[in-house]
Design a protein. Structure first.
Length: 132
């Protein structure tokens, strides 16, 4: 995992899960945070599905965010059918990035960085006990 220990990820994950399960049972999604490199935090929306549901990681298109309409619609549809859904926004080397990037913008990220970031999100998803 890049920058965030598995135990720290579990604490963030568990706190959010308990908040949704006990306090906000109707909440559609919660924002989770992952440190992907020193000083660079990436965010994702997480929707817990049924206890035995698979985890679906939905990745936005190049230079977009998790708020891209197709990504949101797909995530909501899968969550409504009981799936556990994670929709991260890749940082592209920008701390807490929340806006799409123009194609002509200067890029400070590489495909290798993006791949490591996706792997870190996926590692966090599959390392959690089922139903959590």
């Amino acid at each position: 995992m890049v920058g965030l220990s598995a135990s720290r990820f579990r604490v963030l994950y568990l706190a959010g899960f308990l908040w949704n399960a006990l306090i906000l049972p109707e909440a559609a999604a919660e924002v989770v945070v992952l440190e992907v490199s020193p000083g660079i935090m990436a965010t994702a929306e997480f929707q817990q599905g049924e206890a035995d549901s698979p985890v679906i990681l939905i990745l936005h298109g190049f230079l977009q965010t998790r708020e891209f309409p197709t990504v949101v619609a797909l995530g909501e549809s899968l969550a409504e059918s009981g799936m556990t859904v994670l929709r991260p926004t890749l940082s592209l080397g920008i701390n807490r990035r929340d806006k799409s990037q123009a194609c002509e913008a200067i890029h400070v990220h590489s495909m290798e960085m993006d791949t490591r970031e996706v792997a870190a999100w996926w590692s966090g998803c599959i390392s959690e006990p089922a139903g959590m």
